[in-house]
Design a protein around this ligand. Structure first.
Ligand code: HEM
Length: 507
């Protein structure tokens, strides 16, 4: 009764279309996760069953504007699920992992202003981005005519930018672009493919995973050959770097508090708030809360921006897209000298370049760096797309499926920035389906920082260079890891994991 009759015939979710085996056991979807085919399989289920599909006994997946508003609209009341708890750092929750609206909005108030568009366009953050882009150009220049591996170099760029934004140059800002070996090594555990198995274990067998990774001595040695990812596991180095940066900052703040008044970093904002409410009875931030918050933004800001930039440059470099690259080159080379300061693009000017915007938007549509589902749940019953959904059902939507709806995006697998110049009505519809940064209260807080990094780098690169695919890389798609899966361009025959070879030719 409990295993078959109730889930398949009596549960309100039994009315939702979908394959019976997925409705009977969560392990059917877990198998797709293990194979690394979750997102593509769910997309195929939508194509077969329609905009709402049951993907587990207590889990559904949606693909409609109506569901998007109901679940992810501002004030919807839907909460992040336990799934996000694997992003806690040092045993503390943070913006990414809070589930309740109250906890989340209290924390968000402390940092939201620092990520606002107006602060990003001018001031220290904009100068920091220009500085990192100029170091990126120096790296390409130093490479000469040899092909350049942009997966790594763009990760150097993104880690340097986000660490400087969070901690400033003195406490945790990295120098990977300038060749610092230790800082570059922080990225080593990101490229280990076994990180996908570790994610699978952490999500599907969390207690066993925790047990395996906390053993010491003989037991640790016995388990070593069977653990999903050898130690150090993903982000171990980055989390340690983040904690060290926090301690350096804490020392400085305690010994020379006057340094704080000149700092505009995220860590200094959190510290000031921590100091101002300490002892006042309100819930002050603990030391590790600050460390966890910064570590989380650090992790959120590395792969996302680097992976998007890599796909953007790769897509523009493909021979079939040379006309697209040419339009972008024409736009950025037509900019007047006023659009630059110290040789670097001024963010407040290039923010409004229409073709650049379309290229970035199209990259984030087709190659969203976080393409997979974003699980949420509601403490009460609700209705989605006409179906009754019991309280605490896990509901999901994904950029991958939203961005491949052929009724909205014609020829969805084509990289075509020109689609964003279609009739106003069509563009308005595409914008409503565009979901790379999520939406509502839990929308990406780093959106404007990411856009700043991408726009300055792309303008600076295409003002000075044209790019093409390096010989030997023509039939390969670069590929990125997101959770348990590898994502790449599905129309290209071969995959090159975590590598992308590009030739830069000076104008
Ligand atoms: C192209 C670049 C980026 C994309 C496409 C992106 C996308 C996203 C998405 C889809 C989410 C929601 C995830 C979910 O609910 O499962 C998110 C949340 C978040 N992102 Fe980004 N992100 C990018 C860059 C950044 C950067 C540079 C930062 C730097 C701080 C950042 C910080 C965050 C944080 C802290 C959250 C949690 C926000 C909250 O819950 O209030 N992201 N991002």
């Amino acid at each position: 009764y409990h295993s078959i009759i109730e889930p398949l015939y009596l549960n309100p979710k039994s009315k939702i279309p979908g394959p019976k085996l997925f409705a009977l056991t969560k392990w059917r979807l877990a198998l797709e996760d293990y194979k690394g085919s979750r997102t593509r399989t769910i997309h195929a289920l939508h194509q077969k069953y329609g905009p709402i599909v049951r993907i587990g006994p207590d889990e559904i997946h949606c693909n409609s504007l109506n569901a998007l508003r109901t679940i992810y609209g501002a004030g919807s009341g839907f909460e992040r699920t336990w799934f996000y708890r694997m992003f806690d750092a040092y045993g503390k929750q943070n913006l990414f992992t809070f589930s309740t609206v109250k906890e989340h909005s209290e924390r968000k108030k402390l940092v939201a202003n620092a990520y606002s568009k107006s602060l990003m366009l001018k001031g220290p953050a904009a100068r920091m981005v220009q500085d990192k882009v100029s170091q990126y150009l120096a790296l390409i220049e130093a490479q000469g005519d040899a092909p350049h591996e942009i997966f790594s170099s763009l990760h150097y760029f993104s880690i340097d930018a986000i660490t400087h934004f969070l901690y400033g140059p003195s406490y945790g800002g990295t120098s990977a672009l300038e060749g610092n070996v230790q800082d570059r090594a922080l990225l080593n555990d990101i490229i280990d493919p076994t990180r996908r198995y570790l994610s699978w274990f952490a999500v599907h067998l969390p207690k066993l995973t925790k047990w395996m990774y906390t053993r010491v001595g003989l037991m640790e040695r016995i388990l070593e050959p069977v653990i999903p990812m050898k130690k150090p596991t993903t982000y171990t180095g980055i989390r340690k770097h983040a904690l060290d940066a926090f301690h350096r900052f804490q020392n400085a703040a305690q010994t020379e508090p006057e340094t704080l008044s000149t700092e505009s970093t995220i860590i200094s904002r959190l510290w000031k708030s921590h100091e101002s409410i300490k002892g006042s009875g309100s819930s002050a931030l603990g030391d590790l809360d600050i460390a966890s918050e910064c570590a989380d933004h650090l992790l959120a800001g590395i792969d996302t921006t680097a992976d998007s930039l890599m796909f953007l440059i790769w897509a523009l470099s493909r021979p079939q897209n040379s006309h697209i690259q040419q339009k972008l080159v024409d736009e950025v080379r037509a900019l007047s000298e006023d659009a630059f300061e110290g040789g670097m693009p001024r963010l407040d000017v290039i923010d409004k370049l229409p073709y650049l915007d379309a290229v970035i938007r199209e990259t984030l549509r087709l190659y969203a760096p976080l393409p997979a589902s974003e699980p949420r749940s509601l403490p009460t019953d609700c209705t989605i797309d006409g179906y009754s959904i019991p309280a605490r059902t896990v509901v999901n939507m994904s950029p991958y499926s939203l961005h491949r709806n052929a009724d909205v995006f014609e020829e969805p697998l084509d990289f075509n920035p020109d689609r964003w110049f279609d009739e106003a009505e069509k563009v308005a519809l595409m914008n409503r389906w565009f979901w790379a940064f999520s939406s509502g209260g839990r929308m990406c807080i780093g959106l404007h920082l990411a856009m700043a990094e991408m726009t300055v780098l792309v303008v600076a690169v295409y003002r000075e260079y044209t790019t093409s695919i390096a010989p030997g890389f023509e039939d390969k798609s670069p590929a990125i890891t997101s959770r348990f899966e590898l994502f790449y361009d599905e129309s290209v025959p071969k995959i090159a994991e975590h590598t992308c070879l590009i030739e830069f030719t000076k104008a």
